[in-house]
Design a protein around this ligand. Structure first.
Ligand code: NAD
Length: 315
């Protein structure tokens, strides 16, 4: 079997994705890589410290391990990229081109690259946001995601590159720490609640956003990657979703499990970023084309998240 390389494996998604891919394919067949050397992925199987902006180093690792598939998870996320727009653009675009070019040359056969709900913008319909609609992102992160989607489609159409993509909503997980996104509040709130502390959300009380629990996100990612090529009809990026909630709705769901928990909202600049994003997404094309179906609703996600964080703390 040709091996799998995960770039940005030490991040929020990589931590869970690498663990699942290693369970499915055997640890020796999944090479984790990142700028840093996180224990979560480096101790459990092959690991390469790799700067994904270095095209030569990326090529060398790809050839040495006989890589067939790359999951490209390196990016500067929304809130961080707004603080350094040019660096964010460069990192997000340069690394995507390096990976797409390896596929164009035939060195690898398949690429996964995630887009985001940040690719939508202020004039995109906010309810039941369609797969094909106005996209006018107002952040450098969103601009890089929309541009990346179009480049993926271009490489597929012009060069036959098998690149597949999902527009992830905000992702909630217990294993990896969040990486500077606008939806990080929905993870921090669980840690504060378990610590017995009051929580202040940096998003406003009416700020509903599409969200997903990480186990669903990993299932969606792997289902898309395993789908027969002819079923993957969209080569920009697929809408996928599971949940949509405001900070008070999440707070109330946690309160049901931890009755003394209190929360409030004090919006900061991240609320303005989220104001340009959809509130709920139509993912019917992903359901029709490759059978996407989420498993976790809000109460199930909250119960599982609290249980897993309690287990983690007691270890
Ligand atoms: N987490 C979310 O809620 C979410 C939502 C939508 C889309 N996404 C997308 O999914 C992907 C992964 O997101 P994440 O939340 O895991 O991000 P993250 O910030 O947690 O992880 C990114 C990882 O990339 C690494 N990295 C940064 N620069 C690098 C470089 N030059 N070379 C190698 N590694 C480098 C970082 O060390 C980090 O471990 C990104 O493309 C992101 O835009 C994430």
């Amino acid at each position: 079997m040709r091996k799998i390389l995960v770039l940005g494996a030490g991040g929020q998604i990589g931590t869970d994705l690498v663990a699942t891919l290693r369970e499915q394919h055997g640890a020796e067949n999944v090479i984790a890589s990142d700028l840093k050397t996180p224990e979560s992925v480096s101790g459990q199987g092959p690991y390469e410290k790799l700067d994904a902006t270095d095209a030569g180093a990326l090529r060398e690792v790809t050839q040495r391990y006989e890589i067939g598939t790359i999951y490209h998870l390196v990016a500067m996320l929304s809130a961080t990229a707004e603080k350094m727009p040019e660096k964010g653009w460069q990192l997000n675009m340069d690394t995507l081109f390096h990976v797409l070019n390896l596929a164009r040359e035939g060195l690898i056969q398949k690429v996964f690259w995630p887009s985001s709900i940040a690719a939508f913008g202020p004039t995109t319909p906010k309810q039941n946001t369609p797969q094909f609609t106005v996209m006018d992102p107002g952040t450098v992160y969103g601009i890089s995601k929309l541009s990346g989607e179009l480049w993926c489609q271009y490489y597929h159409q012009q060069y036959g590159v098998d690149v597949r993509s999902i527009r992830y909503p905000g992702l909630i997980s217990y294993a990896g720490a969040p990486g500077g996104g606008t939806t990080d509040y929905a993870i921090d709130i669980f840690h504060q609640a378990l610590a017995g502390e009051a929580f202040e959300s940096f998003l406003g009380e009416n700020r509903a956003l599409p969200m997903m629990y990480m186990p669903d996100a990993i299932r969606a990612t792997i289902a898309l990657m395993e789908a027969p090529a002819e079923k993957v009809k969209i080569r920009t990026s697929y809408n996928v979703t599971a949940l949509s909630f405001t900070p008070p709705e999440l707070g109330a769901a946690i309160q049901k499990e931890i009755p003394g928990f209190t929360y409030s909202c004090k919006p900061d600049e991240r609320d303005s970023i989220a104001a340009g994003w959809p509130q709920a997404i139509d993912d019917s094309r992903a359901r029709e084309d490759w059978g996407w179906q989420p498993e976790y609703d809000l109460p199930a996600m909250v119960k599982d998240m609290l249980a897993k964080l309690r287990q983690k703390k007691s270890r």
